[in-house]
Write a protein that binds this ligand. Structure first.
Ligand code: PEP
Length: 253
């Protein structure tokens, strides 16, 4: 039985005050469920990680980073190491979010290094995969997911994979208001679970949590969660509104 998992990606939003306010409202509103019936994490911008971790210290809500760098230290101006993230109280980190792939230009090879470094550093990576609209229209969805998963997880043992969550986020659904239908999402999730089974084994495939992301809102969360292979939700825009995020959390339990 896979416990539902809801993660909020705040992207480059909030400030010192609103990040703490939002975290506290989410903690208050989910005190009955978070950590018990559903894993909940929020991913604020790097600079607010410490303040948000402190604000959530007496709650069961975990904190995640939106990105990570794979080197332990040194001359990498602007980058943040796994140990630094651990130091701020982070549990999770996103790796290969579509905005990092398609806006910043991250490659599968770089993302693979980040996933491996996160695990070695004691963090739990959420590896994001998903196709562009043009790739879906060219019937390349499965090909793209296969490449992103095989390269993103390259070199990771089955034991290490137990630290990983996968997020299927079709790029055409992120921040667009267009959500994949439950059928489209389930088809991709089933494909991912089957592929993980082929890459590792059936037990690993059964245990790994696969989140859906892409314009999740209170109104569509429950029907997505009803799909057999959707284990949780990665939420962008709606995670910035406490009431919406709380309604999404509630829809998963
Ligand atoms: C995301 O940032 O991962 C995301 C899914 O964004 P949105 O919910 O706004 O589409």
């Amino acid at each position: 039985m896979r416990k539902p998992f809801v993660a909020g990606n705040w992207k480059m939003n909030t400030n010192g005050q609103t990040s703490v306010q939002l975290a506290k409202r989410i903690a208050e509103g989910s005190a009955e469920t978070a950590g018990h019936d559903v894993t909940v994490a929020v991913c604020p911008p790097f600079v607010y990680l410490q303040a948000v971790t402190k604000a959530l210290s007496s709650s069961s809500i975990a904190v995640g980073a939106q990105d990570i760098y794979f080197e332990p230290d040194g001359a990498f101006t602007g980058e943040i190491s796994p140990a630094m993230l651990k130091d701020t109280g982070c549990t999770y980190c996103l790796c290969g979010h579509s905005e990092r792939r398609h806006v910043i230009g991250e490659t599968d090879e770089l993302i693979n290094k980040k996933v491996a470094a996160a695990i070695s550093g004691g963090l739990l990576p959420i590896l994001c995969v998903g196709e562009l609209l043009s790739e879906r229209q060219a019937s390349k969805t499965n090909e793209v997911i296969t490449r992103q998963l095989k390269q993103g997880l390259a070199g990771l043992s089955a034991a290490k994979l137990s630290a990983v969550t996968i997020a299927y986020e079709p790029v055409w659904a992120i921040g667009t208001g267009v959500t994949a239908t439950p059928e489209q999402a389930q088809e991709a999730h089933d494909f991912i679970r089957t592929l993980v089974g082929r890459m590792y084994n059936g037990q690993v495939a059964e245990e790994i949590r696969i989140l859906y992301g892409g314009s999740v809102k209170p109104g569509n969360a429950a029907e997505l969660m009803n799909c057999k292979d959707i284990d949780g939700l990665l939420v962008g825009g709606a995670s910035l509104k406490a009431d919406d995020f709380l309604a999404i959390i509630q829809a998963t339990v």
